[in-house]
Design a protein around this ligand. Structure first.
Ligand SMILES: *Cc1c(COP(=O)(O)O)cnc(C)c1O
Length: 361
């Protein structure tokens, strides 16, 4: 096998090697059709089978009951920032958002853009988004409450979701869906760009509880209505077929090779503990996040100086450890430990970090 880099990219991110190998195997002739999935009609029975298999696997993996619809959309998680307030607004009821930094700030800005009243129920901006707010009350007067379950850039993660009673809870789970078990029945809507934990860029998974569809306003453009995609089984127009196919393969890998979400969660916990335990055992690298709110997916670490950070990133790259630069908005370093990143890769990173301290500490 050719040499593969160890990628800690924040997204698009590492894909499981067996999935990449399957893609290669099936690329020119998909299961005896004589065609590539890249060339197939999205109305063919082969592609419909792929799409339905992906939906079924997602429902099984997340234990969604028949009250939920699983949709494949385009436009990234970023389009969802706008579609959610457009589709789920209720007359006279403001939107509620929790601001935990970058992506959640972008989401609430889109809601404000629509000229509706947006209430920021809680924010962790007072301490540079290093924690998840917990002291807030969700009154019944809101259309919905929006949270970002994992903050990709700040390295924080909701461990317990807030009780919202009759107010639907909506979550951007782009960077931690399929990484851990959770109770889906707490949510009215969940969305995630596939390119972190579920597949390649180009497709967004949207999960909607059926009762919320009654809110979709008739006047919206057809392609911006969730109901359009529910009614057409995500085949209103040409979907990103190849991306849906890869999502299906990743879901198959998660179910059949890993053995399901509980197993995945255990592996992810092991990976995160490896790195956080090392970070806590020394004082060269520093993680700024409140320990109880640390993300198991995106681990932030700062070096003593920007110069050392630059050297660290250069030397890591030379060793084949890729994608460790922090987001341009916050700097520092970040290792993204998504599902396809192996325990061995995280161990190699920790070994490299130790060696770097020995030489530069
Ligand atoms: C990556 C990311 C986004 C942006 O997703 P796009 O698909 O590029 O629009 C939004 N939210 C979170 C939490 C992310 O990690």
């Amino acid at each position: 096998m050719e040499h593969r880099a160890l990628t800690f990219n924040p997204g698009p991110a590492a894909l499981p090697l067996p999935v990449l190998e399957r893609i290669r195997e099936e690329l020119l002739n998909y299961r005896g059709t004589g065609m590539s999935v890249l060339e197939m009609s999205h109305r063919s029975k082969e592609f419909e089978a792929i799409l339905n298999d992906a939906v079924m696997r997602i429902k099984r993996i997340l234990k969604l009951d028949e009250t939920f619809h699983v949709l494949f959309l385009q436009g990234g998680a970023s389009l969802q920032f706008a579609m959610i307030p457009m589709n789920f607004a209720q007359e006279g009821k403001p939107f509620a958002y929790i601001d935990t930094g970058y992506w959640s700030s972008k989401a609430l800005k889109e809601a404000k853009n629509l000229g509706k009243e947006v209430c920021v129920l809680a924010s962790s901006s007072d301490r540079e988004y290093t924690y998840i707010p917990k002291d807030f009350v969700v009154e019944p007067r809101f259309s919905y409450l929006h949270i970002t379950s994992n903050n990709t850039i700040r390295g924080t993660q909701w461990k317990n979701f807030p009780p919202t009673q009759e107010v639907p809870l909506i979550a951007d789970m782009s960077s931690d869906i399929f990484s851990r078990t959770f109770n889906p029945h707490l949510f009215g809507c969940i969305y995630a760009g596939a390119q972190k934990n579920a597949g390649p860029a180009g497709v967004t998974i949207v999960i909607i509880r059926d009762d919320l569809l009654s809110r979709v306003p008739a006047h919206l453009p057809t392609i911006l209505k969730y109901s359009t995609f529910v009614e057409s089984n995500s085949l209103y127009n040409t979907p990103p077929c190849f991306a849906v196919y890869v999502v299906d393969l990743v879901m198959e890998w998660l179910e059949e090779t890993i053995g399901g979400l509980e197993k995945m969660e255990t592996i992810n916990r092991t990976k995160a503990e490896l790195l956080y335990n090392y970070l806590d055992s020394q004082d060269f690298y520093r993680n700024p996040v409140v320990p109880e709110d640390r993300s198991s997916m995106n681990v932030i670490f700062l070096l003593p100086t920007p110069e050392l950070e630059k050297t660290f990133l250069q030397e890591a790259q030379k060793e084949g450890l890729i994608g460790l630069k922090g987001h341009r908005a916050v700097g520092g370093c970040r290792a993204s430990l998504y599902n396809a990143v192996t325990i061995e890769a995280v161990q190699a990173l920790v070994d490299f970090m130790k060696e770097f301290v020995r030489k530069n500490g």
